[in-house]
Design a protein around this ligand. Sequence first.
Ligand SMILES: Nc1ncnc2c1ncn2[C@@H]1O[C@H](COP(=O)(O)OP(=O)(O)OP(=O)(O)O)[C@@H](O)[C@H]1O
Length: 220
Amino acid sequence: MALSLEVSGLSHTIKLHKGSNLTLLDNLDLRLDAGEHIAIVGASGCGKSTLLSLLAGLTPYQSGQVCYRRDNQTLPPAGILAQSGFVFQQFHLLPELNALENVALPLQLRGERDAERKATDWLTHMGLAERLKDSISQLSGGEQQRVAIARALCVSPQILFADEPTGNLDETTAEHVMSLMLKGARESGAAMLLVTHDMALARRMDKAYRLSQGRLMLCH
Ligand SMILES: Nc1ncnc2c1ncn2[C@@H]1O[C@H](COP(=O)(O)OP(=O)(O)OP(=O)(O)O)[C@@H](O)[C@H]1O
């Protein structure tokens, strides 16, 4: 069943090495309905990746409420990890595994019998059929990004967190990959939170918010 998200009064401050504080999120509210696709834009360094990481349960949040709902169940961010996919800005692929092994791993961890076939299919969709056995270091930045996207989508997540997922791709490949991401998410009814600097891409989402001074403002 699909997941929705409600965030209220979320605040997050980090300590800089000089001892000063930097408030990234300041009493922030957000609602993400089941299957809804939302873009978050904003200036470099304003806290977009931090917000995504807090919402995905990868970083503990300091104050406020982040609450996922499925049916009548309420879950904390850590409770949705098994149902979520994350495309990191720096990919976070495992360098000791090849492309196919990177994508197959989350499927194997879930006990999928045909993990390799599914992983092959996703990498083929991403235009990497000829690169399955290449090690990560042999792939370009854009190719690594597509492996990371295949890894996030292959588990049919109920919610997809994507941090600049097309930042390293040329225009044509970006369009192709983004269409696949949107199609994959729509087909599985997954909600999506996408961080991007690309306003054209942001406009393709159901809603777009600008993160500024710790709060989200609706752009469209
Ligand atoms: N764990 C941390 N310790 C110290 N500073 C941090 C930490 N995490 C993030 N920051 C700082 O918080 C600010 C926001 O970082 P974040 O990566 O969330 O920004 P962003 O909006 O995603 O930026 P960009 O668009 O450039 O990717 C930056 O100044 C960053 O250096």
